[in-house]
Design a protein around this ligand. Structure first.
Ligand code: NAP
Length: 272
């Protein structure tokens, strides 16, 4: 497939779709006129179109018509109504969906085999080329369609594939995880501010520390335990900090955040 000629229609142009559209244009070599998008708030859509470069559409059918790929990027609870509204407009289309919980099986229960489906869980760090794109292994995309999207998303981050049964937890980890890390950045920075470090400097130092720690783990391939042990000298300040975190349920809190996000995924009416 030739990426320079494909047409892509977005249904929904919120935070995640904007990150993907921007990445497609700035990193993946897709031109603005290859992208169309529909969202109900037309003023906001036109503002984003002017900023990002896609073509705004006034109806879902407009966004789908002539598109080789349709990206469903609205909230999960909006999809059923959207599919109703689309009727047979998706027949024969390749539909890439990024909505948590809307996997191949769920689309098939509504659309049967009228459209080819690929479920992908992206995340917002894609905006800076450090995203994670989880592809559901089970898919009705043609091999060349799947290969094309893996190639496009690889320009914005890491691409991995998971079986359907693990997409919920994978999506909770990588899709919801950035918000959990944001809380962590804010909390460490608050502590630094309380000792007098200016707030912007506190954010910069905290984020760089987290970025560096993550990169060290990825590059060294050492376990987090090994890396933690290496900086905890006996009787030192780091081990005292580790003990304070354990006393306050740090790891249990992180684990329960993922469990809460995954359990939410099981509820069909879930909004995230
Ligand atoms: N944000 C993330 O980090 C992330 C990560 C992974 C997956 N996702 C998935 O991405 C999807 C979008 O999330 P988001 O954070 O980007 O949400 P968002 O910012 O709230 O965007 C939702 C978009 O859907 C549009 N919309 C609402 N009703 C619609 C309809 N009937 N037809 C077409 N579009 C409609 C909204 O338009 P208006 O603004 O005009 O109302 C908006 O553009 C969700 O399904 C989520 O599970 C998000």
């Amino acid at each position: 497939m030739d990426k320079t000629t494909i047409q892509i229609g977005f249904l929904g142009m919120g935070n995640m779709a904007q990150a993907i559209a921007t990445g497609l244009i700035e990193k993946a070599g897709i031109r603005g006129p290859q992208l169309k998008a529909y969202a109900p708030h037309q003023d906001k859509l036109r503002d984003n179109a002017a900023k990002i470069g896609f073509i705004p559409c006034s109806s879902v059918r407009d966004a789908v018509s002539g598109s080789d790929f349709v990206i469903i990027a609205c909230k999960p609870h909006q999809i059923e109504g959207l599919l109703d509204e689309l009727g047979d407009a998706l027949n024969g289309k390749a539909v890439l969906s990024i909505a948590l919980g809307w996997n191949l099986e769920r689309y098939r229960s509504v659309l049967e085999d009228r459209a080819r489906i690929q479920f992908v869980m992206p995340n917002t760090p894609a905006q800076v080329g450090e995203g994670v794109f989880l592809f559901e292994a089970e898919s009705t995309f043609r091999d060349e369609e799947k290969a094309l999207w893996k190639q496009l998303f690889a320009t914005m981050g890491v691409v991995e594939e998971l079986p359907a049964r693990l997409m919920g937890v994978g999506g909770a980890l990588t899709g919801c995880g950035p918000a959990f890390v944001d809380l962590m950045i804010e909390a460490y920075a608050d502590a630094a501010v309380s000792y007098g470090i200016p707030r912007d400097k506190a954010y910069q130092l905290t984020s760089q520390m987290i970025l560096g720690s993550a990169k060290l783990q990825l590059v060294s391939k050492k376990t987090p335990g090994e890396l933690k042990d290496a900086v905890c000298s006996p009787g030192g300040s780091t081990i005292r900090g580790v003990m304070a975190l354990e006393k306050n349920g740090y790891r249990a809190a992180c684990i329960s955040a993922i469990v809460a996000a995954v359990d939410g995924d099981k509820k069909p009416e879930s909004k995230k």
